[in-house]
Design a protein around this ligand. Sequence first.
Ligand code: GDP
Ligand code: MN
Length: 382
Amino acid sequence: MDLLEYQGKQFFASFDIPVSPGEAVTTVEDAVAAADRIGYPVVVKAQVHVGGRGKAGGVKLAANAEEAREHAGNILGLDIKGHIVKTVWIEFASDIAEEYYASFTLDRAAKKHLGMLSAQGGVEIEAVAETDPDAISKIWIDPVDGLTPEAARAWVEAANLNPEANDGAVDILLKLYRAYTEGDADLCEINPLILKPTGEVHALDAKVTLDGNAEFRHPEWEEYAATEELDEREKLAKEKDLQYIGLEGSVGIIANGAGLAMSTLDVVNQVGGAASNFLDIGGGANADVMAAALEVINFDETVKAIFINIFGGITRGEEVAKGIVEAMSRVDLRAPIVIRLDGTNADEGRQILADAGIPEDKLRSEPTMLEAARAAVAIANA
Ligand code: GDP
Ligand code: MN
């Protein structure tokens, strides 16, 4: 779950990371009132789930109420890369001596946390990584050992910040590591992390992605979920309790088990197609779950073929087949189904499908995963 900047700052503040005081508002009048309370100068900042707001005109300094009114008026309703600004965050403007970049994320290949720190902040880190990779100081942290103050200091010194910033940076990075790990985040990024002319180090922006799998132990995340921007397809899938991720391709995928679902995406890709989604109906899925999965796939207008890939273990072939027949009687599927049904009770399942008398151009069965992928991709790419 991605947080808006101001939510990320509240999250940071709960781990004692210094951020500027401010208020989130949704109207111009409230923006001016908030700015008056905070005191000038303020920054008016668009709250959208996308970066590069500054360049898009979504971050403006205001020296007085008149300017606050003007900027809030311009920013509210602004379209930033397809995201319409509904909320602005007003905060007390900071004086900036230098802008740095800091983040923690997971390096899955290394099986360690990865900390990145750069004296070249404010701009997109991807650009720095491309033009001047040596300008990013990296640290890999074993999650069992954690980040020690000594390691943090060595990491900061390697980044060649203004030496005046080193103590403050070490302090913030230790807190940021705690926020990232204890706070159950997948990503914590501060860009820019600033050095003020007075010598303090401070988080001027916040990009936080929380690990949805940890939601159960964070009742306080509920308020973040309220502003979450889900893909409409993902919203529907969530209502139906399905493990679904929307993608850009045209082959709808339904598989049982996350591993098989991922392999299915790979095979579709391998034979020249592209999946429109990841959908794992889990082990032991019954007819209702299959019907719900088909409804979610069918909701997506870009789907040209539906590839159902089932290898039954706990999942039983006849339940899968009943679900398909049931769903096809309930909803008019806009795309044909290609199914590979194998494993437990596959023969019974295939019999149910055959008995249902569904025409070949709406449902066909293929003996292997590869053949089914080829058939589905041929339909989708036709
Ligand atoms: P982003 O463009 O979406 O990453 O938004 P940021 O919050 O990072 O702001 C973009 C830029 O606006 C920063 O890199 C700063 O240069 C500038 N900025 C943001 N807040 C302040 C502030 O309080 N004071 C000053 N002087 N500049 C700011
Ligand atoms: Mn930023």
